[in-house]
Design a protein around this ligand. Structure first.
Ligand code: NAD
Ligand code: ZN
Ligand code: ZN
Length: 336
C-alpha cells in the first residue's frame, strides 16, 4: 500500500510502499476513502511543537474509510462498515480524566498521525473503541473534516458555554473556523468572522456571518469593541498575535478559547484587566467520542455544511503549500 511518510521535519513527505498493517487485539485495519488535511498535520511534519512525533511517521487524523479487517476481540465493528478515526486514537478508560468525561485529557492517550501512524495511507490501523461509526447519508469527504475540525470547534464552543444572542468572534475561517462559525450560529449566537484572505472573508459572508472583519485592514479588537465587545472569542488562526487581538476585543465577563497551536505560540495578558474584567482564558483540545457523535448527528440532520476540495494523496506536499499560503478552500481532503 502507499503511505505518505515524514522522514525529517520540514522536508517533503515521501510516498512509499508499506505492507498493509494487520490488526492486533482490539484493533481494526481501515481502507482509507478520505483523509482530511488538518493544519496540525503540517505542525507535525515540521516538528513545530514542544512534544514532537518521532520520524519516520505517517500523519493524518481525519481518516474515514471502510473496515477492512478486525483483530481479536473486536465485536462492535464489522468488515465493510464506514468509520472515522480521530486525533484521540486511544485513552486508558480508567484514569480520573477518562472517568469524568475528559478522555481528551487522558495522560496515556495515543494520538493518530502523531504518536501512532495516521491515515495518510491507503490502509491504517485504529483502536476499534476509538473509531466512530459514520452515520448513513454522510459522504466520506464530508465526514473527514468533521472528525477533527468539526469536533474540535464544537467542543470549543461547548466549553465557552455560548448562550443565544451572545457575540462570538471566530478568529481564522479555515478548516476549523468555517465549522466553528456554523456551530456558533446553531447555538444562537451573533457571529463575527475574522480572517486575512479575501476567499475566507467571502466564505464567512456566504455562511451568514453577521460581521466580517478583515484583519489586514481593520483592528479586530476595535471593531468588536465598537459592537460592545465579544462575549466569546475562539482563536483558530495560526498566529500568536491574533490571540492578543481577540483578547483585546472581549467585553467584561468574556471568554477567550485557545485552540490554534502556532509554533512557539504564547500569549501575554495583563493581570489587572483580566481580574477586573472577569475574563476567562480556556485551552481546548479536540473533543470526546460523545462530542463526535453529536457532530455527526448535526451533519446528518443537515445543520452544517462542509466546504472542501479533493486532492490525491500523492499531492500531499503541494496541498501543504496550498494551506500554508492560505489558498486552500476551507478544507482539503486527500483521496488514495
Ligand atoms: P487553516 O490553515 O485551515 O486555517 C487557519 C485560518 O486562519 C486561515 O483561514 C488563515 O487565513 C487564517 N489566519 C491566518 N492569520 C490570521 C490572523 N492574523 N487573523 C485571522 N485569521 C488568520 O488551519 P486549521 O486546520 O483550521 O487549524 C488551525 C489551528 O488549529 C492549527 O494551529 C491547528 O494545529 C490547530 N488545531 C487545534 C486543535 C485542538 O484540539 N486544539 C485541533 C485541530 C487543529
Ligand atoms: Zn486536526
Ligand atoms: Zn485515561
Amino acid at each position: 500500500m502507499k503511505a505518505a511518510v515524514v522522514h525529517q521535519f520540514g522536508r517533503p513527505l515521501v510516498i512509499e510502499d508499506r505492507p498493509i498493517p494487520e490488526p492486533g487485539p482490539g484493533q481494526i485495519t481501515v481502507q482509507m476513502e478520505a483523509s482530511g488535511l488538518c493544519h496540525t498535520d503540517i505542525h507535525a511534519a515540521h516538528g513545530d511543537w514542544p512534544v514532537k512525533p518521532v520520524p519516520p511517521f505517517v500523519p493524518g487524523h481525519e481518516g474515514v474509510g471502510l473496515v477492512h479487517a478486525v483483530g481479536e476481540g473486536v465485536t462492535r465493528l464489522n468488515v465493510g462498515e464506514r468509520v472515522a478515526v480521530p486525533w484521540l486514537g486511544y485513552a486508558c478508560g480508567a484514569c480520573r480524566a477518562c472517568l469524568t468525561g475528559w478522555e481528551t485529557l487522558c495522560e496515556k492517550q495515543l494520538n493518530t498521525g502523531y504518536s501512532v501512524d495516521g491515515c495518510y495511507a491507503e490502509y491504517f490501523l485504529a483502536e476499534a473503541a476509538f473509531a466512530a461509526r459514520v452515520p448513513e447519508g454522510i459522504n466520506p469527504f464530508e465526514a473527514a473534516p468533521l472528525t477533527c475540525a468539526g469536533v474540535t470547534t464544537y467542543k470549543a464552543l461547548k466549553v465557552a458555554h455560548v448562550r443565544p444572542t451572545e457575540l462570538v468572534a471566530i478568529s481564522g475561517i479555515g478548516g476549523l473556523g468555517h465549522l466553528a462559525l456554523q456551530y456558533a450560529q446553531i447555538l444562537g449566537a451573533t457571529v463575527a468572522a475574522i480572517d486575512v484572505t479575501d476567499e475566507k472573508l467571502d466564505l464567512a459572508k456566504e455562511l451568514g456571518a453577521d460581521l466580517v472583519i478583515d484583519a489586514r485592514h481593520e483592528d479586530p479588537a476595535a471593531v468588536l469593541k465598537a459592537h460592545g465587545g465579544a462575549d466569546v472569542a475562539v482563536g483558530l488562526a495560526v498566529d500568536s498575535k491574533s490571540f492578543e487581538t481577540a483578547y483585546a476585543g472581549l467585553r467584561r465577563g468574556g471568554r477567550l478559547v485557545l485552540v490554534a497551536l502556532p509554533a512557539e505560540g504564547s500569549l501575554t495578558i495583563p493581570v489587572f484587566d483580566t481580574v477586573l474584567n472577569g475574563t476567562s482564558i480556556i485551552g481546548s483540545i479536540v473533543g470526546t467520542r460523545a462530542d463526535l457523535s453529536e457532530v455527526f448527528a448535526l451533519h446528518a440532520a443537515r445543520r452544517t455544511r462542509v466546504i472542501y476540495q479533493e486532492r490525491q494523496l500523492s499531492e500531499v506536499n503541494a496541498s501543504f503549500d496550498e494551506v500554508l499560503q492560505g489558498r486552500a478552500p476551507a478544507r482539503l481532503v486527500l483521496r488514495p
